[in-house]
Design a protein around this ligand. Structure first.
Ligand SMILES: [Zn+2]
Length: 210
């Protein structure tokens, strides 16, 4: 194993570092953290107030039912219409990574929900889930060309059978701040069983790339 592959914690200010580590084929998980100003286009929910005092106050907003365009969802979700557009692009990206690593796009997306009126743990800032501006993805099912069906769960397969797919997916997502600005996954407290993806006004990535 070369020296760069021994680095377990990487504070990347550039996606170049992420892609470099990927191209080296490192076998050890790479901690990828990245905070940077948002450089993608303005998003309609950027100016919503997330701060509150006293009892949790959740915004009243229009929500739409959604169950996937390119990749069907295991169950329908309620999302902000602006976030639905992000999910459509997300599915195209997942399909591309699936074809590249598994030979097929996933046939199903498993999730732990979108809408949840709650603050970010231990604070008085609303979670993006309060705006239905976030999704918790727990896994994907592939119907393989050989007739087998295979499901990769974040919790069970992130560092195991699903490692190649999940690593490629994480790198692909990190290179697309126009889709999601926040990526939290295994290695970040409370995210060992799902990928949290949202369109918060700020950019932050914290995940162990398998
Ligand atoms: Zn979440």
């Amino acid at each position: 194993m070369n020296l760069i592959c021994k680095i377990k914690f990487v504070k990347a200010t550039s996606l170049f570092i992420l892609s470099l580590l990927g191209s080296l084929g490192c076998a050890t998980p790479q901690k990828a953290t990245w905070m940077a100003p948002v450089q993608s286009e303005e998003y309609p929910l950027d100016n919503e107030s997330r701060k509150y005092s006293g009892k949790t106050k959740c915004p009243v907003m229009l929500l739409v039912d959604y169950e996937g365009t390119t990749i069907p969802y295991a169950s329908p979700v309620k999302v902000n219409p602006f976030f639905r557009e992000k999910l459509i692009h997300f599915e195209l990206l997942v399909a591309e990574v699936g074809k590249r690593t598994m030979g097929v796009a996933p046939a199903k997306l498993h999730h732990m929900g979108t809408l949840n009126c709650r603050p970010i743990r231990g604070g008085n800032t609303l979670s993006e889930h309060a705006f239905a501006n976030a999704i918790d993805v727990s896994g994907f099912t592939f119907n393989l060309p050989n007739g087998q069906s295979k499901t990769f769960y974040v919790k069970r397969d992130w560092f195991g059978n699903g490692a190649v797919f999940f690593a490629e997916l994480t790198r692909a997502l990190a290179s697309r701040p126009d889709i999601f600005r926040i990526i939290l996954g295994p290695g970040n407290q409370g995210h060992d069983d799902h990928l949290h993806l949202d369109m918060s006004p700020s950019r932050y990535i914290d995940v162990l790339i398998p």
